[in-house]
Design a protein around this ligand. Structure first.
Ligand code: ZN
Length: 343
């Protein structure tokens, strides 16, 4: 029996709201589930799918339902081979393609094979190309009895208003630091001794992930924290005029485009926080950001945020991280006080 409320307690509220709607037989045809990256959206959606497909749901405590974990449906879900559950995720191009959405439409109108209903998850609905979005709109406009669509959206990423308006929206929250840490420690406890990250790496990963637990786990077991340290160092040195922009941009190459944009977005958001009298989330960048915030009007931070958004839109066309880093680094350099020419 899998109980997501126990393993990921920060998702309890949104889980219960699904349970309540299910118990009252008013579960919507389509759910749009938003949440920060690494907060557990996919795990949540798969758990909801498992709950919907299960033949013997159990009631645990007040308005909390769980899948039984033992029926034929649950077995198939656990083996990731349930024919009435489909998951559509971006492929190589980082976009969900129109043929995937056409497959979804076919799946939605076919009869269920072994369960009494069908579930389709779109991970992620904010990465549909135009044709895919239009195709999905058709499916949303003609709801099929017994089919539930769960659309996942990363917070802050745009989604067509026409799609949004046909779904019921839910937001999954980011856990408190203590909850995130607890989950992360439980995950790394399952690793072998020689693979288990140290306390310092875990703390840094949590900070970098903004307490999004799955993202923190990904960071803790990967190269990202070290690569980001190196890139931040190069960023600072470039701002001080110690290295040319090309050299600074090169350190973002290994990080990849998505993460590079994400770093610049967070630094710009931290700069905006500083300008508003708040504190930066990234302590390693805090001194630099405090310096810049003290010498620039607050709208500069928002301009930098807009530039990241523009880069993200351009990312559809496979821009390189180095190229985008160069563009953003130059924009940041504008914030540095100009040295007076000697004499
Ligand atoms: Zn079951």
């Amino acid at each position: 029996m899998t109980d997501i409320v126990q393993t990921m307690p920060w998702l309890a509220g949104s889980w219960r709201s699904v349970c309540t709607r299910l118990a009252e037989d008013r579960l919507p045809h389509a759910l749009l589930v938003a949440g920060e990256r690494g907060v557990g959206k996919r795990a949540w959606a798969e758990a909801v799918a498992g709950l919907l497909l299960c033949d013997h749901r159990a009631v645990v405590g007040a308005d909390n339902l769980v899948a039984c974990g033992q029926c034929k449906q649950c077995e198939l879900v656990q083996a990731a081979s349930h024919p009435d559950l489909r998951i559509y995720a971006p492929e190589k191009s980082r976009m969900v393609r129109v043929d995937q959405i056409r497959a979804l439409a076919g799946f939605a109108v076919a009869s269920a094979q072994v369960a009494r209903r069908k579930v389709a998850i779109i991970d992620r609905a904010d990465q549909l190309n135009v044709n895919a979005a239009n195709a999905l709109l058709k499916t949303l406009e003609e709801p099929v009895q017994g089919v539930t669509l769960i659309l996942l959206q990363e917070s802050g990423r745009p989604i067509l208003p026409t799609i949004r308006s046909r779904c019921q929206a839910l937001t999954l929250p980011v856990p408190e630091e203590a909850q995130a840490q607890h989950w992360l420690l439980a995950q790394v406890a399952m690793l072998d001794d020689d693979q288990r990250p140290g306390a310092e790496v875990l703390a840094k990963s949590l900070m970098l992930a903004g307490n999004a637990p799955r993202l923190a786990l990904e960071y803790a077991s990967g190269e990202f924290p070290a690569q980001r340290d190196e890139a931040l160092e190069a960023f600072k040195r470039y701002l001080k005029g110690q290295i040319p922009v090309g050299e600074a941009a090169r350190s973002f190459k290994a990080i990849g485009l998505e993460q590079t944009l994400w770093l610049f977005e967070n630094w710009a958001a931290d700069l905006a926080r500083h300008a508003a009298g708040g504190e930066a989330r990234d302590p390693d960048a805090a001194d630099m950001l405090a310096f810049l915030a003290g010498r620039n009007p607050p709208w500069r931070a928002h301009e930098l945020l807009d530039q990241v958004r523009q880069s993200r839109e351009a990312a559809v066309y496979n821009v390189s991280p180095e190229l985008e880093a160069t563009r953003l680094l130059i924009a940041w350099r504008e914030l540095m006080p100009r040295k007076r020419a000697p004499g």
